[in-house]
Design a protein around this ligand. Structure first.
Ligand SMILES: *Cc1c(COP(=O)(O)O)cnc(C)c1O
Length: 396
């Protein structure tokens, strides 16, 4: 029996979300994820996938996935430690560690799970975690699940980070871990890793970087934000669900004892199914492709610069930066939604982000560049932005 009052309560909450203009609606794509997708029979230019290198429909990955499925089957029907580890899983963990210059790595069903399971086994109530205020939801949840004392510093504010470090030391912390996104996903801004590494060194703290929006395309050979900054961090987490083919899967890379203890204790690892062979086999191929993909990284960087320049000359307000995440700032949710709708009518698919994903007043269309986009595609999209913005009065 379902309690009527409970369902009425839920309907009221949903009505409130709708009344505020904050309802998220999902488009149904009937094609593969690519530069162009089909929605409702229409071909739309896609500016909102995390498909940074354009590998989501790459024939080499599809072939590798098929081959792994032929040789290793469809599903694992087990967690890793019972009977869910194939040699492919260990090969991928070694491949990830080698690529990132770490001792070892451990796979999870998603980076959400990697971040969710990372902190609790490593730190206790004698320890401290100092977290950037703009960190991804999965880090926030992971920190909540850990008994360590929590400190937060204002986004990328190194003065505040130092204050929090001093507070944690004064509070008697045994070990201190600084946790940050390498790239902040709503803004496309980079963490100040050189300064964070220097403060960690100064106060004897450990560092953890979530590089989901960097691995594969930022830094030399796409090795991520620490490689770009030329610093070493203690623990890196990342996803197979963005630049590295975009399927799913997450990982933690770090020193051997960290990985070994996580294999014994991380709850999303112990109590959730192993990744399927197709995903693991294709991910192995993805790392080979990505390591040698300087051409795709150059194309992506060119596209990001061209796209920023184009939008800026049209009069759009952007958050400054260089990352292929290019947020177009629009104030409140209805304006962002109206512009997204007008763009879709013109054949351009974008996604509006608003509260609670970003602060009130910070509604935006987060555009994302991909190496799969051509200059012609971007020119087409710029024309669409100009005319759509005029229609909904998004710019003067
Ligand atoms: C996408 C993302 C995640 C989650 O990754 P999944 O593998 O999709 O679960 C975690 N952290 C950051 C910063 C992300 O952008």
């Amino acid at each position: 029996m379902t309690d009527k009052a409970f369902l009425t309560h839920l309907r009221n909450v949903l009505a409130g979300i709708e009344a505020e203009g904050l309802t998220k609606r999902e488009r149904q794509i009937t094609s593969a994820q690519a530069a162009y997708v089909t929605v409702g029979g229409r071909r739309l230019l896609n500016l909102c996938a995390n498909n940074y290198l354009g590998l989501a429909d790459d024939p080499r990955l599809i072939t590798a996935a098929r081959a792994a499925m032929d040789s290793h089957g469809y599903g694992m029907a087990s967690v890793r430690f019972i009977c869910g580890t194939q040699e492919l899983h260990r090969a991928l963990e070694a491949r990830i560690a080698a690529y990132l210059g770490m001792e070892d790595s451990i796979l999870f069903a998603a980076c959400f799970d990697a971040n969710g399971g990372l902190f609790e086994p490593l730190l206790t109530d004698q320890d401290a975690i100092i977290s950037d205020s703009l960190n991804h939801a999965s880090i926030i949840d992971g920190v909540r699940l850990c008994k360590a004392r929590r400190y937060r510093f204002a986004n990328n504010d190194m003065g505040d980070l130092e204050v929090q470090l001093l507070t944690a030391i004064k509070d008697g912390a045994r070990f201190i871990l600084i946790a940050t996104d390498g790239v902040f996903s709503m803004d496309g801004s980079f963490a100040n890793l050189p300064a964070i590494a220097a403060l960690a060194e100064k106060y004897g703290a450990l560092t953890m970087v979530d590089d989901c929006h960097a691995t594969g395309f930022i830094g030399p050979q796409g090795r991520g934000t620490p490689a770009l900054a030329g610093v070493k961090v203690d623990i890196l987490t990342g996803t197979l669900g963005k630049a590295l083919g975009g399927a799913l899967g997450g990982y933690i890379a770090g020193p051997q004892p960290v990985i070994d203890l996580l294999r014994q204790r991380a709850r999303p690892y112990l109590f959730s199914n192993a990744l399927p062979p197709a995903v693991v086999g294709a991910a192995l191929a993805a790392f080979d492709i990505v390591e040698g993909a300087d051409d795709l990284r150059a194309k992506l960087e060119h596209n990001a610069a061209y796209w920023r320049d184009g939008l800026q000359s049209l009069g759009f307000r952007l958050l400054p930066g260089e990352h292929p995440i290019v947020p177009v700032m629009l104030g409140e949710a209805p304006m962002a939604q109206a512009l997204a709708k007008a763009l879709e009518a013109r054949g351009v698919m974008v996604s509006a982000f608003f509260y609670p994903v970003v602060p009130h007043g910070g509604a935006r269309i987060r555009t994302q560049m991909s190496a799969a986009l051509t200059t012609d595609d971007l020119d087409f999209a710029l024309e669409a932005f100009a005319s759509a913005a005029k229609e909904v009065r998004a710019i003067r």
